[in-house]
Design a protein around this ligand. Structure first.
Ligand code: NDP
Ligand SMILES: N[C@@H](CCC(=O)N[C@@H](CSC=O)C(=O)NCC(=O)O)C(=O)O
Ligand code: ZN
Ligand code: ZN
Length: 379
C-alpha cells in the first residue's frame, strides 16, 4: 500500500536532552510538503559532530532532536515542485545544501548555500515547522538531515541522487567525513605536487585529508596525533610520516618539529581535531610567506582561536571549510563514481557496524580511540 501523502510510523534514535544517551523511539514522520523529500534511510554513519552536539557544547544544539547527518537511503515520496529527485532514487542527504540560486551558490567562491541555513540551524524545515512527532511533541531536525531515523524529510536542495549500484553502507560515509577531508585537500587546498602538508588528528576526516593529499601527489604528508594507534592507520592511507607530539623531547615543540621536517614550514596544514590550541599550532607550522592552515574541526561554544598577528603579517593564511568545499548536488555524484572506480577508499574507514538499537555503543566506541567510523544499519 502506498505511503505517499501519509504519515509513516518508524523507529528513530531520539536525543531528548544534552548529555543523555539516545533513546530508540517510535516516531511519526509526516509527509513531505512542497520542495521536500521523504527518504527511507538504509545506513548512517556516526560522525564526531553528532557526539559534539549531543554533548551539549554546540551553540546551535537544541533538543529534543533526531541527530545524524551522514546518511544514505532511497526516496520514498516527494512534495510538490520537487524536480531533482524522484521516488526510488538512491540518495545521500546533504547538510550543506546547494540551491544554485542564492548569492553563495552563484558566487562561484564557496560551497556554502544560504537557502535553508537559517531554519536548518534552528532544527526546522524551511517553512519553520518539524516533520517529526513523538509522544505528543515535535522533534527537531538536525543539520537538515536527521539520518538517525528510519525515515526522514529533507529540503529538496539538501539531497542528491547517486549511482544506485553503489552500496549505501558505503555512500553514507560520503555524506560527511570522507568527503570533508578529501575535499579539503583536493578542492579547498587544491594541493600541488610536491607540496608538504601536515594533518592534525587522524580520525575519519584527517585520514581522508591524507587520502586527498596522496591523490594530489603531495610531498611530505605528516600526520600529527596524540594516539599512537593512529600511526598504522595513517601509513595505511598514505602518510609519509607520523608524529606524536606527546613523545617529542621536552624542549621540542610540535611547531618546531614540523618546521624542521619541512625545511621552513608546511605549505598546508589541516586541523581535524576541533581543539583551538591545535589550530594555533597548525597555523604556526605553516611556511612563512605562503603557508595556509585550514580549520576543519568544530570547536565547542565559547572557544576562540588566537595567534600573534605577526603570523599573518608574515604571510601565513588562516581559513576553514565545511564539507571540504564540495558542492553536494554538483560534485558528490562524481565522488561516488570515483569510489566505484576504486579511486577513493571508503570501506577502509568502517571499523564498526551496528543495528539502530546499538547506536549508543557506536557513540561510546568513538571515545575509545580505535573507531574510525561506525556504520548503523537502519533497517
Ligand atoms: N568542517 C566540517 O565540515 C566538518 C568538521 N568535522 C569535525 O572534524 C573533527 C574531526 O572529526 P572526526 O575525524 O570524525 O573525529 P575523530 O575524533 O575521529 O578524529 C580526531 C582525531 O584527533 C585526535 N586528537 C585529539 N586531540 C588531539 C591533539 N591535541 N593533537 C593531535 N590529535 C588529536 C584524536 O585522537 P583520539 O583517537 O585519542 O581521540 C583523533 O584521532 C571534529 O571536530 C568534527 O566535529 C567533521 C566533519 C565535517
Ligand atoms: N553548530 C556549530 C557549528 C558546527 C559546524 O561547524 N558544522 C560544520 C559541519 S560539521 C560536520 O560534521 C559546518 O558545515 N559548518 C558550516 C555551517 O553552515 O554549519 C556552531 O554553531 O558553532
Ligand atoms: Zn559530520
Ligand atoms: Zn544556494
Amino acid at each position: 500500500m502506498s505511503t505517499t501523502g501519509k504519515s509513516i510510523f518508524c523507529k528513530a534514535a531520539v536525543a531528548w536532552e544534552a548529555g543523555k544517551e539516545l533513546s530508540i523511539e517510535d516516531i511519526e514522520v509526516l509527509p513531505p510538503r512542497a520542495h521536500e523529500v521523504r527518504i527511507k534511510i538504509y545506513y548512517t554513519g556516526v560522525c564526531h559532530t553528532d557526539a559534539y552536539t549531543l554533548s551539549g557544547v554546540d551553540p546551535e544544539g537544541a533538543f529534543p532532536v533526531v541527530l545524524g547527518h551522514e546518511g544514505a537511503g532511497i526516496v520514498e515520496s516527494v512534495g510538490e515542485g520537487v524536480t531533482n529527485v524522484k521516488p526510488g532514487d538512491h540518495v545521500i542527504a546533504l547538510y550543506t545544501a546547494e540551491c544554485r540560486e542564492c548569492k553563495f551558490c552563484k558566487s562561484g567562491k564557496t560551497n556554502l548555500c544560504g537557502s535553508v541555513r537559517a531554519t536548518q540551524g534552528l532544527g526546522l524545515m524551511p517553512d519553520g515547522t518539524s516533520r517529526f512527532k513523538c509522544k505528543g511533541q515535535d522533534l527537531l531536525h538536525f543539520m537538515g538531515c536527521s539520518t538517525f531515523s528510519q525515515y526522514t524529510v529533507v529540503a529538496d536542495v539538501s539531497v542528491v541522487a547517486v549511482n544506485p549500484a553503489a552500496g549505501m553502507d558505503k555512500t553514507c560515509l560520503l555524506g560527511c567525513g570522507i568527503t570533508t577531508g578529501y575535499g579539503a585537500a583536493t578542492i579547498t587546498a587544491d594541493i600541488k605536487p610536491g607540496e608538504n602538508v601536515a594533518i592534525f588528528g587522524a580520525g575519519c576526516v584527517g585520514l581522508s585529508v591524507v587520502q586527498g593529499a596522496v591523490e594530489k601527489k603531495a610531498g611530505k604528508i605528516i600526520v600529527v596525533d596524540i594516539n599512537n594507534k593512529k600511526k598504522d592507520w595513517s601509513f595505511k592511507f598514505g602518510a609519509t610520516d607520523f608524529v606524536n607530539p606527546l613523545e617529542l623531547p621536552k624542549d621540542t615543540a610540535i611547531v618546531d618539529k614540523l618546521i624542521e621536517m619541512t625545511d621552513g614550514g608546511c605549505d598546508f596544514t589541516f586541523d581535524c581535531t576541533g581543539n583551538v590550541k591545535v589550530m594555533r599550532n597548525a597555523l604556526e607550522a605553516c611556511h612563512k610567506g605562503w603557508g595556509t592552515s585550514i580549520i576543519i574541526g568544530v570547536a565547542a561554544a565559547g572557544q576562540e582561536i588566537s595567534t600573534r598577528p605577526f603570523q599573518l603579517v608574515t604571510g601565513r593564511n588562516w581559513r576553514g571549510c565545511a564539507f571540504g568545499g564540495v558542492k553536494g548536488r554538483t560534485q558528490l555524484p562524481g565522488l561516488v563514481e570515483d569510489y566505484m572506480a576504486g579511486k577513493i577508499k571508503v570501506e577502509d574507514f568502517i571499523t564498526h557496524r551496528y543495528p539502530l538499537e546499538k547506536i549508543t555503543t557506536a557513540f561510546n566506541d568513538m571515545h575509545a580511540g580505535d573507531c574510525i567510523r561506525a556504520v548503523i544499519n537502519m533497517d
